[in-house]
Design a binder for this molecule. Structure first.
Ligand code: TXA
Ligand code: MG
Length: 326
């Protein structure tokens, strides 16, 4: 099978209607999409990604109205967030209605849902009478794709079509949120900063952020090693660690953040700066692309990355960097 890349929504719909997979742009990362109500498409997604069947998928909808057609009881606290943040990088765990295949949730009682904000994805979703199951369009465990070319390079031949919506605006996966008793639980830090969510909660709702667990994780995006380049990667907590001899190597690629004044020229194979002006939004957008560039650079044998400030999107960026270097 050849993998075509284009912007033809009718073509994308034609493939999806026959249970084939299509790469779709979203504001966070590219998704590997299939009909979320058809076990045949869902199985194809797991196989194409080499994803273990215990890792559940997110269902994507074109609007809150489309969600309401399929899912009746969304807890009030979550509905309130949906109304404010959708379309956007927020995924909600809600009770799964019986007609949604158990394959989607890996047998768990909740299903993950979101309305993405990319115009092309929304236009496609609104043409369909079923939601799209879509994990990030990368082989399981590898760096998530933020351009159509990333998807093509890794999944060529495994899907007939990729919708090209340009580079992703946010660059980090959605923030995954659920309710346990009356507490709001963050299962995955992501493109919607936690501070923005907590500002929108009713004052009596408490919020708990789950850190990673590697055994029987409720949300496998929380696996300790994930989003990983193939080369050895090491995360520095501070730029003071950089001058250490072991890092001063011409075969080292550096993923930097902020002013470059601390970096000596000519010492490293390659230096990529997530954001020279230390802007976390810009850094998030560049993160996966730059990791991939270093991983694919034949002159780079090992990667070192610098942590970013632990605020706003910085929490999710550091989370990905930690997992990538685990
Ligand atoms: O931004 C995103 O969320 C992207 C785009 C394509 O929408 N999708 C994405 O999907 O990142 P994926 O499959 O790579 O990550 C989904 C995360 C995983 O960590 C998964 O374990 C968790 O959501 N998840 C999905 N359904 C769940 C469920 N029923 N219970 C707990 N966690 C769930
Ligand atoms: Mg993923």
């Amino acid at each position: 099978m050849n993998t075509a890349v284009g912007t033809d929504l009718t073509e994308a719909k034609r493939f999806l209607d026959q249970n084939d997979l299509v790469g779709i742009p979203t504001e966070t990362v590219y998704g590997l999409a299939g009909n979320g109500l058809e076990p045949e498409s869902i199985v194809r997604i797991f196989l194409a990604k080499n994803r273990p069947f215990f890792d559940p998928l997110i269902l994507h909808f074109g609007s809150l109205e489309q969600v309401a057609d399929q899912i009746k009881d969304i807890p009030e606290v979550l509905l309130n967030l949906a109304k404010f943040f959708w379309p956007g990088p927020l995924t909600l765990l809600v009770p799964k209605p019986a007609h949604i295949p158990d394959l989607i949730t890996s047998g768990q009682p909740n299903v993950a849902i979101r309305v993405p904000s990319h115009p092309l994805a929304l236009a496609l979703l609104q043409m369909l009478d079923y939601p799209l199951a879509a994990p990030s369009a990368n082989p399981f465990g590898y760096i998530s794709p933020t351009t159509a070319a990333h998807v093509k390079s890794q999944l060529e031949g495994k899907l007939p079509y990729i919708l090209d919506g340009g580079p992703c605006e946010v660059g980090l996966e959605s923030t995954v949120v659920g309710l346990e008793k009356d507490e709001l639980v963050i299962y995955r830090k992501g493109g919607l900063p936690i501070e923005l969510i907590s500002n929108r909660l009713y004052t009596n709702t408490r919020i708990r952020v789950l850190e990673n667990s590697s055994s029987n994780p409720k949300s496998p995006g929380q696996l300790q090693s994930h989003y990983s380049p193939l080369k050895t990667m090491k995360l520095l907590e501070s730029e003071k660690e950089l001058p250490k001899q072991e890092y001063r190597d011409i075969k080292t690629g550096v993923l930097w953040f902020g002013s470059l004044s601390g970096i000596q020229e000519g010492v490293y194979a390659k230096v990529l700066n997530l954001s020279e002006k230390a802007d976390l939004i810009e850094a998030a957008k560049n993160l996966f692309d730059y990791l991939r560039l270093l991983d694919n650079d034949p002159n780079v044998k090992q990667i070192i990355a610098l942590s970013v400030p632990e605020v706003g999107l910085g929490l999710a960026i550091n989370d990905r960097l930690r997992r990538a270097s685990a």
